[in-house]
Design a protein around this ligand. Structure first.
Ligand code: SF4
Length: 379
């Protein structure tokens, strides 16, 4: 399956923990960015005439796609349509929203363009925590955005929370999960905070001004899972929960090693068996697009057979569907059960019908389990 990803690099304010390819919104750049994106899409489609019409999903992420003016959003969709993407026939069209830029106008425009899945970044319902991690929006604005998005029945809605934030208690996080899951959502995600060294928050942590209590990770994660499962959500990936039929098709394609084409600064692609990435710094991406996207400016991630197997193990074990040992066996890749026996004995991993899956507290130890599974390949 082929997916299309559009990266919108602008945010109203850079959050203190942000480690993504983003920049503070400069409204003077919106038109230029849209012009460049149109050109990048057109250049790609001229080089690969039938590729974009094969796409099944479209995802606008960032950054903050909802920060774009309606006219820019309409032009991006028109550019895709002009290059063969039949937006209304796609299996899924998603767009990310942040509360501070989630207005009735941009939501209506998104729907008119063909968006049928909204993804809202809320992170927490605690104002103190929002301030502490440098988020732009208020709790009140978060609820307003949630109410607005869920009032449109034409689209599915997903929302994100974060946990293991500095100063966050287990009760506070579980109360967030409980409140959020009472809204009419079919999909919910929560992610443990990962403190990058180069971020403002990372600086405060390294200077001892903030502290992340790692011991709270497990009770928060497992407690959140328990609440969602009681409310009918299924964990189909380590951080993603859905009611039946509301799983993210676009993201599942990533985890299943399907192909995707990314447009925008730093957007990644996996196409024709190659993983590559456009220049990440905006001025370099601008030069790259103006030069008609020369292949020499892309950064390639060369994958050998070992890299591919490593990807397959990581991407499979993070999903509920697990790692199909039988399928790998038929390709001559054999894992020695001794390598992961200790996890089976602890009840953190099961092997049923030749499929290895994380269960119970195994999800907490995913990284260690994956490492042991990879080390168990019989050479
Ligand atoms: S909204 Fe997301 S992408 Fe934008 S600065 Fe905050 S964490 Fe980064």
């Amino acid at each position: 399956m082929l997916g299309i990803y559009i990266h919108v690099p602008f945010c109203a304010k850079i959050c203190d923990y942000c480690d993504f390819r983003v920049m503070p919104a400069n409204t003077r750049l919106f038109e230029e960015y849209t012009n460049l994106l149109e050109r990048e899409i057109l250049t790609f489609s001229e080089a690969h005439p039938n590729a974009l019409s094969q796409a099944r999903t479209l995802y606008l992420g960032g950054g903050t796609p909802s920060i774009l003016p309606s006219g820019c959003l309409e032009r991006i969709f028109a550019a895709l349509e002009n290059c063969g993407v039949r937006v209304r026939e796609l299996d899924e069209v998603s767009m990310e929203f942040n509360p501070e830029s989630c207005t009735g106008e941009i939501v209506e425009t998104a729907l008119a363009c063909g968006v049928r899945r909204f993804s809202l970044g809320l992170q927490t319902f605690s104002q103190e925590l929002l301030d502490r991690i440098g988020r732009r929006h208020t709790v009140e604005r978060g609820f307003e955005a949630l109410n607005l998005l869920t009032s449109f029945t034409q689209a599915k809605v997903s929302a994100d929370l974060m946990f293991d934030l500095p100063g966050q208690t287990v009760d506070s996080f579980l109360s967030d999960v409980d409140r959020l899951s009472d809204f009419p959502l079919g999909h919910l995600s929560f992610y443990g905070l990962n403190v990058g060294e180069r971020t403002r928050l990372g600086g405060r942590v390294s200077r001892g001004e903030e502290n992340i209590d790692d011991s709270l990770y497990e009770p928060m994660y497992l407690g959140g899972v328990e609440i969602l499962e009681k409310k009918g959500f299924v964990r189909y990936e380590v951080s993603n929960f859905a009611k039946s039929g509301d799983e993210s098709i676009h993201n599942m394609n990533y985890w299943n090693r399907g192909e995707y084409i990314g447009f925008g600064p730093g957007a990644h692609s996996f196409f024709d068996g190659l993983r590559f990435c456009a220049p990440e710094i905006y001025p370099r991406w601008r030069d790259y697009v103006k030069a008609d996207s020369p292949v020499a400016s892309l950064t390639y991630d060369e994958l050998d057979a070992d890299d591919i197997m490593t990807e397959r193990v990581w991407l499979s074990l993070r999903q509920r569907s697990g790692l199909d040992l039988k399928a790998l066996d038929s390709e001559g890749i054999i894992f020695s059960p001794e390598g992961y026996k200790s996890w089976v004995d602890k009840g953190f991993v099961t092997v049923e019908n030749g499929v290895l899956k994380l269960v119970d507290r195994g999800w907490i130890f995913m990284d260690s389990i994956v490492t042991d599974v990879l080390n168990s390949v019989a050479l």
